[in-house]
Design a binder for this molecule. Structure first.
Ligand SMILES: [Zn+2]
Length: 563
């Protein structure tokens, strides 16, 4: 392993309160170290920005649904061909890139860890296969639970110990990192041609409500002491007026006690899609200020954005009924809708966000409103819900909007006037500095995920580092947003586990990343509680219980977090 001294860069490491200080960073043995290592290679990074490697809490990059999205969109690939180059594989974008291109493009932006937020348990093996095929990045999956028959039964019978045991077992069986909930109760209802629209609507047959599902899973999540909170895609996603159910969902878990080490008990994901006011598409408006107010007043919720990017997107989600609705809205666009036995559903619909469409203009503005209105940025993660709001490689564009009011206003002038009339974006004068950029792209993401070994540059942290070619003492971010976008698009260096993987925006090495997953220490003790139920329920599965858990062979580099 090589050792490095990154000399004289402007370091932004919010978790260690370092705000642009000119200092050296030392890397040895794959980690950040305290002292300059012997025989280290010295790299002059003066006049450049140094940050921890970027982290993305929510990008759909691997698994059955993503692969179906690739198959559904040949036209998407034709416009974005990436030929083979040196040791790099060929591949395609655009909205649903191949696994290799996904790894290359994230790394080129200085990102080193990415989470796939929707793993159907039954398809977990496929997700891990694609993780292995996605170079450079450390990765992990969130397992879908909010419509799982075991979960619904245990909630119905108020059997919280059994629910805890099942969640512990499921994380182990799928080798996943966190508990994901998508349209709680709604996806199961979709199996009956229905949906749930209110937090107290009943799920057919199971007779439980979204409120009961979310609170039970949040309670159990905290009881188990999992590193991340429940990760929630709310009910009524995409519907006018849905900010109310978003707030109700947050309020429902307010009294739940957080596990040691954090105050939050719920992460509301791609909240832009759940921050809508109005009563129909005609009076569609932003509910971002209501959401931001709530988040500002309460410490039990965190959010990521799901920022909209104008142009092509491929919507893909476990929210089957929403994808059906979107297919109707897009007047019968090609689509995929599928059921995963006993567990979840999913759907895919290609979509184009257009500047000229009032609803799309408002959606675009809402994401930025939220990022500019929440006071404590440790509650906020920058995401596009790739590829739902747009491709992840537009993060640098979003950063340029955050640091520059001028850049936002230029875009505002190009989009439908609804973005001015139905949102508060034009009045928001906050401009991010680089410290704040580092919070929403790495520090907050690590903290919210409960990852202690990354997202910062303190001794012992992973040697995951990004260097960007922009001099904060010379460049005015606000007036030069194009330079910010350029710098964040092509890292001068990306280090992964202490080795250079990107230089001058070009990928030069493609090591295998690690799979981060959670093992509950007391799992073996808890198993007798649910063993009979597993056997009984498994009569309904088309796969035998023995073939269900993902074997360790699927995780060539395993990073198990024990709790
Ligand atoms: Zn998503």
């Amino acid at each position: 392993m090589n050792a490095y001294v990154l000399k004289g860069g402007h370091v932004y490491d919010p978790l260690n309160n370092i705000d642009g200080e000119k200092m050296d960073i030392y890397i040895a043995g794959g980690k950040i170290v305290e002292e300059p290592p012997k025989g280290a290679k010295v790299i002059d990074v003066s006049g450049k920005v140094v940050m921890p490697g970027g982290i993305c809490i929510h990008s759909h990059i691997a698994g059955g649904k993503v692969n179906s999205g690739r198959m559904l969109r040949p036209e998407d690939h034709r416009r974005d061909n990436i030929p083979k180059k040196g040791q790099l594989r060929s591949g395609v974008g655009y909205t649903v890139p191949t696994t290799f291109v996904t790894g290359y493009r994230f790394a080129a932006m200085g990102y080193t860890t990415v989470f796939e937020p929707a793993v159907p348990p039954l398809k977990a093996r496929h997700t891990h296969e694609e993780f292995q095929d996605t170079p450079i990045l450390d990765h992990g999956g969130f397992v879908l639970t909010g419509n799982n028959w075991f979960v619904l039964n245990y909630v119905k019978n108020n059997e919280m110990d059994k629910l805890a045991a099942f969640i512990a077992w499921l994380l182990w069986a799928t080798k996943c990192y966190a508990v994901k909930i998508v349209n709680p109760g709604g996806v199961e209802s979709w199996g009956w041609g229905k949906n749930v629209n209110g937090l107290d609507d009943k799920v057919p047959y199971f007779d439980v409500t979204p409120r009961e599902i979310v609170t039970a899973l949040s309670y159990v999540n905290e009881k188990l002491g999992l590193p991340h909170t429940i990760h929630v895609h709310g009910n009524n996603l995409g519907q006018p007026g849905n900010y109310e159910i978003t707030l109700e969902t947050m309020e429902a878990v307010r009294e739940i006690k957080a596990s040691k080490g954090r105050r939050s008990v719920l992460h509301f994901t791609h909240i832009q899609f759940n921050a809508y006011a109005g009563t129909s598409w005609k009076d569609f408006a932003s509910g971002a200020q209501e959401i931001a107010n709530y988040v500002n007043k309460h410490d039990h919720v965190t959010i990521d954005i799901g920022q909209v990017i104008f142009g092509d997107a491929t919507t893909m989600t476990a929210d089957g009924p929403w994808e059906f609705a979107l297919r109707q809205i897009t007047r019968g666009n090609k689509w995929v809708n599928s059921d995963v036995e006993l567990e979840t559903g999913s759907g895919i619909v290609p979509y184009v966000f257009r500047r000229t469409v009032p609803v799309n203009a408002v959606q675009w503005a809402i994401g930025l409103e939220l990022m500019l209105s929440v006071n404590d940025l440790y509650k906020v993660c920058l995401t596009t819900d790739h590829p739902n709001g747009g491709p992840f490689y537009f993060y640098p564009k979003i950063i340029s909007w955050l640091v520059s009011r001028k850049a936002r206003n230029e875009e505002l002038e190009k989009v439908h006037k609804a973005a001015i009339e139905k949102t508060t974006l034009k009045d928001l004068d906050k401009e991010y500095n680089l410290y704040e950029v580092a919070i929403v792209t790495r520090a907050a993401q690590a903290k919210i995920l409960g990852l202690k070994d990354r997202g910062h540059l303190g001794p012992g942290a992973k040697g995951d580092v990004a260097v960007y070619d922009i001099d904060p003492t010379k460049v005015n971010l606000s007036s030069s947003p194009e330079l910010v976008e350029k710098a964040f698009s092509a890292a001068a260096y990306t280090f992964k586990d202490g080795e250079i993987v990107v230089k001058d925006g070009e990928v030069i090495a493609t090591p295998q990343g690690s799979t981060i997953w959670v093992k509950v220490k007391k799992l073996e003790e808890m198993m007798p509680l649910i063993e009979e139920d597993l056997k009984e329920m498994w009569k309904h599965y088309t796969i035998s219980l023995n073939n269900y858990p993902v074997q360790m062979e699927y995780l060539p580099k395993s990073e198990m977090v024990e709790v």
